[in-house]
Ligand binder design. Structure first.
Ligand code: DAH
Length: 346
């Protein structure tokens, strides 16, 4: 028995040492220390020995088990270390490599211009007002002094929305409708701008889109004059196109203002001399005027006490001028090569 024991000790040590993987080590463990292994059989046979032999052999059995277990544990630790070392090696990250920078997008030129206009006016003390893009006939037309037979409200220009039970709904044709909503929602004084999308039945070409953007401005207070309008527009022109810009106002008709004006800005390219961008030195930029007393009255304001001015400017128009974009459709084509030329938020 002792011989077998020594043999098993030697065999076990060799087997553990020879195991190249944790799986092989486990197999070796079963073969050396498992229930059917000679060592275990021998252990079970101790009971048939007489007492002195049992003591002697038993002591040796215990010593051999301790040695085998120790040798097994040592080998297991070594193999486990090797496994971990391999894992570490495989997952290695070279911290000295330069990182891959995520590609930052750019803001759409219309967003840039809209934000800039908002910034100019919020600095002047205006607040931003909003209105729905689906409007009713009253807000979009009637309250703005556009009577039923006015050409601007025929099916030719407007996109009506077929919603059962709401025959009078249309996609707003101009942000001017927000003037009405603002005055209805608050008493004077009013100092607001209303940027937003507008819709017209229009075939797209180099200068037209059926969906485009405007910024509406509205001021109503006591003692507001035409000079306030001109001064405000001049401040905007200088902010958007440079300190040297001047504005000029010519007579124009818009049903909701009286008098109404067409506003030109001295050309930022040639400084008003005349060039390819402007032709005669002036760029017609927007419509404006003094709020019609009837419009004030339509909104419940007292036209004897309050006066105001309003203006509406196309965001696309400013973007085309500002960035020298030759065709308005480029703004909606979604061509990344075009869009990525514009900066990120300022
Ligand atoms: N709503 C006009 C348009 O879309 C622009 C406009 C003109 C707005 C004169 C105004 C204004 O507020 O006073 O053509």
């Amino acid at each position: 028995m002792l011989e077998t024991l020594e043999g098993e000790l030697a065999r076990g040590r060799a087997a553990f040492e020879a195991a190249a993987t944790l799986q092989e080590l486990e197999d070796a463990q079963v073969s050396v220390l498992g229930r059917k292994a000679p060592f275990s059989q021998l252990q079970r046979g101790l009971g048939s020995l007489d007492e002195s032999q049992r003591r002697e052999v038993g002591a040796r059995v215990n010593a051999v088990r301790t040695e085998l277990t120790a040798s097994l544990d040592t080998r297991r630790a070594t193999l486990q270390e090797a496994v971990e070392a391999t894992l570490l090696q495989e997952d290695r990250i070279d911290m000295t490599l330069p990182g891959r920078r995520p590609r930052a997008g750019s803001l759409h030129p219309l967003t840039l211009v809209e934000r800039e206009v908002i910034e100019v006016f919020t600095r002047l003390g205006f607040r931003v007002a909003e209105g729905p893009e689906i409007e009713d006939d009253w807000h979009n037309f009637q309250a703005l002094n556009i009577p039923t037979d006015h050409p601007a409200r025929t099916m030719k220009d407007s996109l009506f929305v077929a919603i059962p039970g709401h025959p009078e709904l249309l996609l707003r044709t101009e942000t001017s409708a927000v003037q009405i909503r603002t005055m209805q929602s608050q008493p004077p004084p009013v100092y607001v701008i209303a940027p937003g999308r507008v819709y017209r039945r229009e075939t797209a070409d180099a200068t037209h889109l059926a969906v485009f953007h405007q910024v509406e401005g509205l001021v109503v207070d006591e003692g507001i004059t035409f000079a306030d309008l001109k001064g405000t527009l001049e401040a905007m022109a200088k902010e958007l196109f440079g300190e040297r810009r001047r504005v000029r106002l010519g007579p124009a008709y818009f049903p909701f203002v009286e008098p109404g004006a067409e506003v030109g800005v001295s050309c930022f390219k040639c400084d008003g001399v005349g060039c390819r961008v402007c032709g005669n030195g002036w760029i017609e930029l927007l419509g404006a005027g003094m709020v019609h007393p009837q419009v004030l009255e339509n909104c419940g304001y007292d036209p004897e006490r309050y006066t105001g001015f309003a203006f509406g400017v196309g965001i696309e128009r400013i973007a085309l001028l500002r960035y020298a974009i030759p065709d308005i459709r480029m703004l909606v084509d979604g061509d990344v090569r075009f869009l990525e030329q514009f900066g990120t938020a300022s």
